[in-house]
Write a protein that binds this ligand. Structure first.
Ligand code: CUA
Length: 387
């Protein structure tokens, strides 16, 4: 066969070896590689991994060499002297018991030291974030004194660079496991109990995380991002998220009233487009809040759905017993992804998701809501305005 896909072994053995090495080391980088650490917890784990790799590789090579020697050496004479017999006994005691005992002791001490390195720091200035695992997404809460100020978001944990973050982990359905490989090891989220994990990001960036415990059909698409920002940016983000939903502009009495602001006059076409968009957002808000469409049965938009959804009706004011079904949407358009890492947040993906969430992520809890095209368009304008 000829063509781009035909394979001819033209490379030199050296090229082949380099290619193999490159293939083997692809696991050492990438957005979710524990061998590319970006924080002290992950660095301790990666260091331990390399140390153990070196030790077990050395043991493997020595054992293979001894095996090879045993197979290929010439057979000794039948009449063995007592001297050879004694050397054999010493060899068995040394290689079979003493050396393994020393190696295991070294690994034991090494493990104790690494455990110390991955334990939560006792600095006292850590940020506390609550993460609740749900099939198949992550509820993320930043508790504040006075529950009204608590920031609730989903599938995205924003953290300040360089500060330890204490993660309080719970699950509301089955066992999940939070794993952000470049920042720390895994910690299970078990229904009925609270586990605590911690992480610290030393560089700004986005770190992908993944549910690491099989939890159902969409376990694979239970991803999240840890977004590490300088302290200032993090505080600004938190302040924005704390606000209730952006108020929808009221219906203007006239074009000039809606766009009245100092500065050069706004072209009529721009005014008209802005007004039309505002009208669609208002219409979309109505679609969202209409109980017949069932959005508010599962989703909260702070400042809009208060007292409307089942969440609030089930237990007014009682946050501990609150029933959460779907992600809080107060600032949904500010998040990187929809459906826990499945789709980048943009209007088109949002449209596809609402049109048929069961096609994109079969088995998730969101039903298909039949909407007229005009209603869906308006709803998209409203949701994408929630920044
Ligand atoms: Cu949640 Cu796997």
């Amino acid at each position: 066969m000829h063509g781009a896909l035909s394979f001819r072994p033209t490379g030199s053995p050296v090229t082949a070896r380099i290619a193999l090495l490159a293939l083997l080391t692809t696991g050492c980088s990438g957005p979710q590689s524990m061998l590319d650490p970006a924080g002290p917890g992950a660095a301790a784990i990666a260091g331990s991994w390399w140390f153990l790799l070196v030790v077990v590789t050395a043991v493997f090579l020595v054992v293979m060499a001894a095996l090879g020697r045993a197979i290929f050496r010439s057979r000794p004479e039948a009449d063995e002297s007592a001297d050879i017999e004694r050397r054999r006994v010493v060899l068995v005691i040394l290689a079979g018991a003493a050396v393994p005992a020393v190696i295991l002791a070294v690994i034991f001490v090494h493990t104790l030291l690494v455990l110390e390195d991955v334990s939560p720091p006792r600095s006292g200035d850590e940020l506390v974030v609550e993460v609740v695992g749900r099939q198949y997404w992550w509820e993320v809460r930043y508790p504040q004194p006075g529950d009204a100020d608590t920031v609730v978001t989903a599938n995205e944990i924003h953290v300040p660079v360089g500060r330890p973050v204490s993660l309080t982990l719970r699950s509301e359905d089955v066992i999940h496991s939070l794993w952000v490989p470049r920042l720390h090891g895994k910690t299970d989220m078990i229904p009925g109990r609270t586990n605590v994990a911690w992480l610290r990001a030393d560089e700004p960036g986005e770190y992908r995380g993944q549910c690491a415990e099989y939890c159902g059909r969409q376990h694979t698409w239970m991803a999240l991002y840890v977004v590490a920002e300088p302290e200032e940016e993090f505080r600004a983000w938190l302040a924005r998220q704390r606000r209730p939903a952006a108020a929808v502009a009221p219906a203007p009495d006239s074009v000039s009233e809606a766009m009245d602001h100092p500065g050069p006059p706004v072209p009529d076409s721009v005014r008209a487009a802005g007004l039309a968009r505002n009208a669609r957002i208002r219409r979309g808000r109505e679609v969202f809040l209409d109980p017949a469409n069932r959005c508010v049965a599962c989703h909260t938009v702070r400042g809009e759905t208060d007292g409307r959804g089942t969440a609030e009706q089930a237990s007014p004011g009682d946050t501990a017993a609150r029933t959460v079904v779907g992600p809080d949407l107060t600032h949904v358009a500010s998040r990187r992804t929809l459906a826990a890492g499945l789709l980048r947040t943009n209007r088109g993906n949002m449209a596809g998701w609402i049109a048929n969430p069961q096609v994109l992520k079969p088995g998730n809890l969101m039903p298909r809501i039949p909407l007229e095209p005009a209603e869906l368009n308006a709803l998209l304008d409203y949701l994408m305005s929630l920044r």
